[in-house]
Design a protein around this ligand. Structure first.
Ligand code: UTP
Length: 290
């Protein structure tokens, strides 16, 4: 069955990014010229997904508005002959079919995905975490969709992380059955480096089937009261119903200041007009390499 829908949870409070995110959603923070969330929606569209299901909350409606027309702005750009900009803002408004569901209480990523159940019904669907940017010539979610269409099994994206970072992620215990493809035996949420079965961390890209919803319903809240998506994935793994694909390329967690700033510089350095001036400014700040 063709996957058309992608669930993008964006309802979190973004506490790591306060005070920037007091009134401005983390997902709207600009990464070079575009809000972070636009890169994610563009990755989904480039991968053949057409329906974007935002799981959102009352205070962050600006996210879905970004993918709608701003008629006053469009009229202004038309009147003043700014045709290229007009085309650009119209392209953003028309790139996706947007559906919004509400997460009325912020009870974690797993709970946010469960909020999309009525929209997903009985179809397979993609999940892309709203603050996780990834770049590779073959987009991350596209690599997962390819595997899903061949294997007809839920599949998650994993990346190798350094030993000192494994305790921040869901880590898989898995057997590699083809290069870069894994059958998952188990998933551990934030294990210590000493007990972790691998350094393969689950990152924010998934293709799932509706069977995940019963696992989410059965999941108990963790110590901070959140329902973790990892727990539901562990349930699928116990039934031998979960695969992983090793993803390559650049990844930026927008909720982490180092990654957020690095993402801005990464994109700005790819712009021919900015490259030389920005490099010179960065050299002003940084001590010379010995
Ligand atoms: P994060 O844990 O990175 O985001 O969730 P957060 O909770 O907003 O931020 P911090 O950790 O307090 O800084 C990953 C994605 O899942 C969404 C967030 O909006 C983010 O895009 N999310 C998280 C929800 O939709 N609902 C939740 O209850 C939690």
């Amino acid at each position: 069955m063709q996957v058309r829908k992608v669930v993008i949870p964006v309802a979190g409070w973004g506490t790591r990014s306060l005070p920037a995110t007091k009134n401005l959603p983390k997902e709207i923070l600009p990464v070079f010229r575009k809000p972070a969330i636009q890169y994610i929606v563009e990755e989904a569209i480039a991968s053949g997904l057409s329906d974007v299901v935002f799981v959102n909350q009352q205070n962050k409606r600006i996210i879905e508005d970004h993918f709608d027309h701003n008629l006053s702005l469009e009229q202004y750009l038309e009147r003043t002959g700014k045709t290229a900009l007009l085309e650009e803002v119209r392209r953003v408004a028309e790139m996706a079919n947007v559906i919004v569901v509400r997460q009325k209480e912020q009870r974690g990523l797993g709970h946010a995905v469960a909020c999309a159940r009525e929209v997903i019904k009985d179809e397979p669907f993609a999940v892309m975490v709203g603050d996780d940017l990834m770049f590779h010539r073959d987009p991350g979610i596209h690599q997962l969709l390819d595997v899903f269409h061949n294997e007809h099994m839920p599949v998650v994206g994993v990346m190798e992380v350094p030993r000192d970072k494994v305790s921040r992620y869901g880590i898989i215990d898995a057997e590699e059955y083809a290069p870069g493809l894994y059958r998952i035996r188990g998933v551990l949420e934030k294990p210590s480096a000493d007990t972790a079965p691998s350094r393969l961390a689950i990152v924010g890209r998934y293709v799932l089937t509706p069977e995940v919803f019963s696992h989410l319903e059965a999941a108990s809240p963790d110590a901070s009261g959140e329902i973790q998506l990892t727990d539901a994935l562990a349930g699928l793994a116990r039934q031998n119903r979960l695969l992983a694909v090793k993803l390559y390329g650049q990844r930026f967690d927008i909720g982490d200041w180092v990654d957020y700033l690095a993402a801005n510089i990464y994109f700005a350095l790819q712009d021919d007009e900015l490259h030389d001036d920005l490099s010179a400014r960065l050299r002003d700040f940084l001590p010379p390499v010995r």
